[in-house]
Ligand binder design. Structure first.
Ligand code: 13P
Ligand code: SF4
Length: 333
């Protein structure tokens, strides 16, 4: 039987009142899912706030690597996901590709002890574990600059995975030399940051034509973008920031200031006042973030109530140990 959203919300509220479950939702979730979140935020906020929460179950509405990060940081919690949706960028790297990237640097005269790997949080636990075991750490788009500043202090070459755009954007902001494995012919020994060739398919949708279109149509408009966008887009923007930084930036603008925002559709649509625009003619929706529906949330809660939780996240001990090291090095900063 199909329920309306209103009926589903009632059923969800009843189950939430009965069970020891915290519903966690990322900013990119559909509005109706985001609205029932007990904890909402960007990936860093979700990892930190959920760690401090004491419910037995975490029902995580987001993508797989985010649910895994919660499980790694709080192994005593039972983490279930209405959909184990996988971020396309996180899927671009696994532990074998990570080893290949290290080998590329070794073959170019950089010994493993002189490499410090940093992984964007958008990677699976197995990759985070590899990074942790090699002395590296995790970063998010809100703290990448801080993490890279700390890493540079160790005097090593930074292997930045998997997002080439975030790696290059931070390098540009900090005046560092960077290259992308397989794309640039540069000598990695001459670079501070060597990036893996991964990217976010959603944030690649924004183009210089979109920026030109808005600037011509609304002279004085501001362009605000996420650092997962191509470096050419970020260079042409008035502001570049993580999800939370974008939200704060837009909140602080005078009401009459027009702004076009280059990031995921659900988030921008929720922020939208009459002077906030989506910086694209193509709807920039994250397909995997959008997979989770209100009905999935209800069915996942019902499965917990029935004593047969579904889509539970399990991570083997060794992977969890080293992934936790990589995540905690970030949180300690
Ligand atoms: P945040 O770290 O800003 O939540 O972003 C995660 C993400 O997947 C952005 O595309
Ligand atoms: Fe991954 Fe991009 Fe979706 Fe973020 S928007 S979850 S990086 S595919």
């Amino acid at each position: 039987m199909k329920y309306t959203n209103e009926e589903l919300r009632e059923k969800i509220d009843e189950l939430k009142a009965k069970l020891s479950v915290t519903v966690v939702a990322h900013f990119y979730q559909r509005d109706e899912v985001f609205e029932i979140g007990d904890i909402t935020g960007d990936s860093l906020e979700l990892a930190m706030k959920t760690k401090a929460d004491d419910a037995d179950f975490v029902l995580f509405c987001g993508v797989g690597f985010m649910g895994e990060s919660v499980k790694v940081l709080s192994p005593e919690k039972r983490v279930v996901m209405p959909k184990i949706a996988c971020c396309s960028m996180a899927r671009m790297i696994d532990s074998l590709y990570f080893d290949d990237s290290v080998k590329f640097l070794n073959d170019n005269g950089i010994a493993s002890e002189n490499i410090l790997p940093i992984t964007y949080i958008n990677s699976n636990a197995e990759v985070k574990a590899k990074v942790g075991e090699m002395g590296g750490m995790v970063c998010t788009s809100s703290n990448a600059k801080k993490i890279i500043t700390k890493a540079l202090g160790e005097g090593k070459k930074i292997l930045f995975i998997p997002d080439r755009c975030l790696g290059q954007n931070i390098a540009n902001q900090m005046g560092l030399e960077s290259m992308v494995i397989g794309l640039d012919k540069r000598d990695p020994k001459e670079c501070d940051i060597i990036c893996y060739d991964g990217f976010c398919s959603v944030h690649q949708l924004f183009t210089l034509d979109d920026i030109e279109f808005y600037r011509k149509k609304y002279p004085g408009i501001l362009i605000a973008t996420h650092p997962e966008c191509d470096p050419a887009i970020c260079d042409a923007s008035d502001f570049v920031g993580s999800t939370s930084q974008l939200i704060n930036y837009i909140k602080e603008l005078p009401k009459e200031q027009k702004v076009a925002v280059g990031t995921e559709f659900n988030l921008v649509n929720r922020l939208r006042s009459e002077n906030t625009y989506v910086l694209s003619s193509t709807k920039p929706e994250c397909p995997t973030m959008n997979e989770t529906t209100l009905e999935d949330v209800y069915l996942t809660l019902k499965a917990i109530d029935d004593g047969e939780p579904v889509n539970e996240i399990f991570i083997d001990e060794k992977t969890a140990k080293w992934a936790k090291v990589a995540l905690e090095r970030m949180l300690d900063l």
